[in-house]
Design a protein around this ligand. Structure first.
Ligand SMILES: [Zn+2]
Length: 83
């Protein structure tokens, strides 16, 4: 019964997403301009691409973001890392 309910819920959420659009919340800050987002309803993950648009977060994109994040942190060390 519980399983049926949760199936219904996820279907409902997906339906919501297809009608109202995804409700993304930031899941990871990569750089000042690039972030990773996750839909709070269907858990779809997207990221800011080179054109500043949202595209699906593929394993390749995740690798690129990880590299960008390292570069960014080198250039902009947080106060804790300096001290
Ligand atoms: Zn969604």
């Amino acid at each position: 019964m519980k399983k049926v309910l949760s199936n219904c819920e996820s279907k409902f959420h997906s339906l919501c997403c297809s009608i109202f659009g995804h409700h993304y919340s930031v899941s990871k800050k990569v750089t000042l301009h690039i972030k990773e987002y996750k839909c709070i309803h269907c858990e779809r993950e997207v990221t800011t691409d080179a054109n500043g648009k949202l595209s699906q977060l593929t394993p390749e994109m995740q690798e690129i973001n990880a590299a960008l994040e390292k570069l960014y942190q080198k250039k902009h060390p947080s106060p804790q890392q300096v001290a």
